[in-house]
Design a protein around this ligand. Structure first.
Ligand code: ZN
Length: 218
């Protein structure tokens, strides 16, 4: 492979240049001691501390005569292992993932340019087209509540009252529909979930696991 993944980690922010805010690279995140590796063999062109990139290394490559340049940003303070002019092999550790510069939390910001890097980043390409797919983390983890079909009826409660017997404003009938499922839009207290129903609008439901509900990630 011409380029390999520059670090372990999950994709927390993909390459995105079609709308604002643009992101000329991708972000890989993983806590702990995570080595950053040269995605391809090449020559280090820059190794310095930038206000935005933080501790950053640039490497120039030539692959079948085509020049490329890769950027490894936000590395841990003091972890850069090479200087301009150094030749690095593919997979060689050049530093460690960190959160220096303009970074929220530890991650590697990785850019791949077909041609040389420039300030307008006009040569930036999607690294995923070169290094292969990376597992993505959903921006928000969504959950659903499933009411199994065995249940005759399920009480729902108004948002402004406790989800206890006597306060119900209606009943859902999972049996009638071979089970019902709703997106969870709130979790105001333990085992109480806010859902949106067609009959009662936005309501709360008591969903301790002992009641037979299932809570699933979607
Ligand atoms: Zn980034």
């Amino acid at each position: 492979m011409d380029f390999i993944k520059p670090s372990l980690g999950v994709l927390t922010n993909p390459f995105q240049i079609r709308s604002n805010p643009k992101h000329f690279g991708l972000d890989l995140a993983l806590p702990g001691n995570v080595s950053v590796k040269a995605a391809a063999a090449g020559t280090v062109t820059r190794s310095y501390v930038s206000d935005s990139y933080g501790e950053v290394i640039f490497i120039q490559h030539s692959i079948n005569g085509q020049p490329y340049e890769t950027v490894y940003a936000h590395m841990r303070k003091g972890s850069r292992k090479c200087k301009p002019g150094d030749y690095v092999k593919q997979g060689q550790v050049i530093g460690y993932m960190g959160s220096t510069g303009d970074a929220k939390g530890q991650h590697l910001h990785f850019e791949l340019h077909r041609g040389r890097w420039n300030g307008a980043k006009t040569n930036a390409v999607n690294p995923l087209d070169y290094i292969g797919a990376i597992q993505e983390v959903p921006k928000e983890k969504k959950k659903m509540i499933i009411l199994p079909s065995e249940a005759e009826s399920w009480r729902v409660y108004p948002l402004d009252q406790a989800a206890v017997k006597g306060n119900e404003i209606g009943y859902l009938n999972p049996k009638k529909y071979a089970g019902l499922q709703y997106n969870i839009v709130g979790n105001p207290q333990k085992d109480v979930y806010t859902i949106v129903t067609s009959d009662f609008g936005k309501v709360n439901i008591y969903g301790a696991l002992s009641t037979g509900v299932r809570i699933v990630n979607v």
